[in-house]
Write a protein that binds this ligand. Structure first.
Ligand code: DON
Length: 296
């Protein structure tokens, strides 16, 4: 193990997300790092109890939920598993009109739609309860962020309408997007992300509560898509340099899950041009190097 002595707190590069106005109010200097092991130990440094919205990190949990709820055949018929190589909010679909994968907005909205066809009005509560079990505590929605994204989320609305023309989603687009915007607005901390990561690393069983959240099948498939697509058009660099399946969110969080070992959660709101946390990426690179976490 090499000691890591780099001072990432001094790195002020990147910008807090502004396209959802409420996210722009985040304190850019917040910085938290947490690690949770699959035998239930949690290690924390910095702002690990500061709440922020989970945003796209929710996509990993919702994909695993869809796999368990509807089965892989149904999910794969609607959503691909190929990296898109494009921005998270790209409107482009595969040549067969399916979203590239469930980690980008097109796939996440389709995934949400799949669950909604099965669960109807109970969809958001099922998503919230599932993310809560993954974190081991009851998670709530930041209503201000939800309203802010709902007011300004025309690009996601355009994606949902496009999907509906191909049968990728059905029914009322605004109702579906309310579920998606709410899932993105669930409040978590860096500690929660570490525990959620540890639950994924532990084949779907939360190591703190002992409760099974997902099947090991769903977890393996979800970690596979996180490896190839969790960091958007930085996914190749990420898996090359860090070597741990991960998912980022524009709230400034990164969740990484090293199978059979640990979950890592970071929070720092300044983002790079891909929408990934600048300090979060540097921290994960340094941790991977210092603790030899690269899977390969
Ligand atoms: O759909 C959106 O634009 C946001 N609610 C989530 C985007 C996101 O977190 C992308 N991540 N880095």
């Amino acid at each position: 193990m090499r000691r890591c002595q780099r001072d990432f707190a001094a790195d002020h590069s990147g910008e807090v997300a502004q396209y959802i106005p409420e996210l722009g109010k985040a304190d850019p200097d917040h910085f938290g790092i947490a690690v949770a092991t699959i035998d239930g130990h949690v290690y924390e440094a910095g702002d690990t109890d500061v709440p922020f919205t989970i945003q796209s990190i929710s996509k990993a949990g919702v994909f695993a939920l869809a796999l368990d709820l509807l089965g892989p055949d149904r999910v794969e018929a609607s959503i691909g598993v190929e990296p898109s190589g494009e921005a998270f909010n790209s409107i482009r679909l595969r040549p067969d009109n399916r979203p590239f994968n469930a980690m980008v907005n097109t796939g996440a909205i389709a995934c949400c739609g799949l669950i909604a066809t099965a669960e109807g009005d109970g969809t958001f509560e099922l998503i919230r309860a599932t993310l809560s079990r993954l974190a081991g505590r009851d998670l709530v929605v930041d209503e201000a962020v939800f309203q802010s994204e709902r007011t300004t989320g025309d690009r996601n609305r355009a994606i949902a309408y496009l999907l509906r023309t191909y049968g990728g989603v059905a029914g009322d687009v605004d109702r579906l997007l309310d579920i998606y915007f709410r899932q993105c607005s669930v409040l978590v901390t860096a500690r929660d992300l570490a525990v959620m990561g540890a639950s994924l690393a532990n084949q779907g069983v939360n190591p703190l509560t002992g409760i099974r959240v997902f099947s090991s099948y769903a977890v393996a498939r979800t970690l596979a898509v996180m490896s190839s697509s969790g960091m958007y058009d930085f996914a190749g660099e990420w898996i090359y340099r860090v070597g741990v399946p991960a998912k980022s969110g524009v709230g400034g969080g990164i969740l990484a899950a090293l199978p059979s070992q640990l979950g890592l959660g970071t929070f720092s709101p300044r983002l790079d041009q891909h929408g990934n946390s600048v300090r979060g990426i540097k921290t994960c690179e340094a941790m991977s190097e210092a603790f030899d976490l690269h899977m390969l």
